[in-house]
Ligand binder design. Structure first.
Ligand code: SF4
Length: 266
């Protein structure tokens, strides 16, 4: 046993999975209306930092960092089974991160015991940025696309839905207009006719300069999802909610709660 231990045998990892945020790089540039009040720019401006400079962060290698002491010494710091929100202070497919992305893919490949979730507004860059062994997609990696209005849906979704992915997820946040996604549910479907898009998540805009989100837009998209069997999640109301023609200012701490109370998720 002692010899096996010397060869690297480790105790079983008894830690529970965690939800972790991994920002391998930080900084971005704005590409569309949804970026106008990007929270990352707001936060960086508040501390005098230029958010448009994309830089590697100190947590770049987080998924493969090891514990150096304790009962689980030698195990990964991020426990097995964890869900890793990836690149939430940049865009994973930003061109200024091209030199680092392969290494990030390598880390994701070596952590197939975890799941990774990324969101991009640059689906047109994905195909050229995938790792060579991506094939039809990695089951433990979800690349979601975000679209804030019909124009961006019509620009991004045909590209996104033609990519080799194992999961397709659409974030409509901040929702800035009504959206008709019906053609993307019917024209991009599996052999049984089920939409490739498995989920749609909707939210209004937060922050001091938030633009309004009309509840009728939310209900309409919800009805489209119900009809086509696509999971729907009403994530948050945003700071300015229009309901029955009247505008409501929703404090930040109430935005998730109020959306949850609408009972639209399925
Ligand atoms: S793509 Fe995302 S991170 Fe980049 S500026 Fe737009 S909202 Fe911000």
């Amino acid at each position: 046993m002692e010899q096996l231990s010397l060869l690297g045998q480790q105790n079983a990892d008894t830690r529970s999975p965690q939800t972790v945020t991994w920002n391998p790089w930080h900084g971005c540039t704005k590409v569309s209306a949804g970026c106008q009040h990007c929270y990352m720019f707001r936060r960086d401006e508040a501390i005098g930092k230029d958010a448009s400079v994309v830089q590697k962060t100190q947590m770049f290698n987080l998924p493969v960092r090891m514990l150096r002491a304790g009962a689980e010494k030698g195990a990964y710091k991020v426990p097995s089974g964890s869900h890793i929100y990836t690149c939430f202070s940049s865009d994973f497919f930003h061109q200024d991160a091209d030199d680092w992305r392969q290494e990030a893919w390598d880390m994701m490949r070596s952590r197939r015991d975890c799941t990774f979730f990324l969101i991009t507004k640059r689906p047109e860059r994905i195909a050229a940025c995938l790792p060579p062994d991506w094939g039809e997609g990695w089951a433990h990696v979800t690349i979601a696309v975000t679209t804030e209005n019909q124009r961006e849906a019509d620009r991004r979704l045909p590209v996104y839905l033609s990519l080799p992915l194992r999961h397709w997820a659409v974030m409509v946040e901040p929702m800035l207009s009504a959206l008709d996604l019906r053609r993307y549910f019917t024209e991009y479907a599996d052999p049984e006719g089920r939409p490739l898009i498995s989920s749609v998540s909707v939210g209004g805009e937060s922050g001091p300069d938030a633009r309004p989100c009309d509840y009728d837009w939310v209900l309409d998209l919800h009805a489209q999802c119900v009809k086509h069997g696509v999971r729907f999640h009403y994530h948050q109301t945003g700071a300015r909610l229009i309901k029955d023609g009247k505008e409501y200012r929703i404090p930040r701490r109430q935005q998730h709660k109020q959306a949850h109370k609408a009972h639209l998720d399925f």
